[in-house]
Design a protein around this ligand. Sequence first.
Ligand code: PMV
Length: 348
Amino acid sequence: TILKKGKVTWASPSNIALVKYWGKKENQIPENPSISFTLEACKTETELVFEPRNGTHDSFSFEVFFEGEKNEAFKPKIETFFKRIKDYVPFLKQYHFIINTSNTFPHSSGIASSASGMSALALCLMSVEKLLNPKITTTYCSKKASFLARLGSGSACRSIEGDIVVWGQHSEIEGSSDLFGVKYTEEVHSVFKNYHDTILLVDKGEKQVSSTVGHNLMHNHPFAQNRFKQAVENITTMKTILKSGDLKAFIALMESEALTLHAMMMASTPYFILMKPNTLEIINKIWEFRAETGLNIGFTLDAGANVHVLFPENEAVKINEFINKELVAYCQNGHYICDQIGFGAKQL
Ligand code: PMV
């Protein structure tokens, strides 16, 4: 069958890794497993318009609109994505696509939109597949969407579902795979319900080092093998923590993971420092405040200068007050995003 012109729309969130993915093999296979909280507010909304093309074609045909305006900058990334997934999405060349996409977070916020963007597009393509073949199940669609999203941007495969997702084969996580993310179905303590993630935008500029370059720095890295082994162990530790709700242990592990990611970059050839002075100011303020109050505030970082501040719902009032009074001053133009653990992508 070939479909007439139509459209599908998905909203897909970003995610924040607790145990980080850093280093990959061929075909976007991670060197180590990772675990993340799915976010709620930071999302990409993508509408995919599809129109059948006559005849046979050996190239893709698509246009991209970002926040209502035609966007050429995203095209090479999407072209690469399409090339990687074409064997799994046989209808890709039979249609002309119009991709209308926008983010709920500010354009140049330094927030990586690749996870939310690639997962939203993968989900749209799976909705088209479902229209072509109504027999495929929802479970199949979300699993394959995660598989496809991985080929767009590794961490994107953790954005399909929520509230906690594991990507990468791990002996103690049932069903875990290097090929797609799986929803974490082990016991989770209620303290993680509505867990907060306030993202402090320290540097809203272009990323200094693309994640592709970053992952490649793990090839021949002197500490790579130890790091991959440590990540496997940290997933095991995280599993115990998620069950017990031991927030002191949670914070210690999460912060160590963030600093280890940055340490890997400082120890690579060439080397990079991705934190900014204000990143360190914020970290020191968090540590001081935690020592003074005993409150369960902790941070994590992605491969950039922005700081994700994580804390439980029942301490949110006091911690928000502290963030507003002490930390927002270190944000570029005072900008920050209040987010929380979320439940995955939605079809609109
Ligand atoms: O998905 P990528 O290739 O952009 O890599 C992202 C890697 C980190 O965000 C730094 C860590 C992670 O696990 O999300």
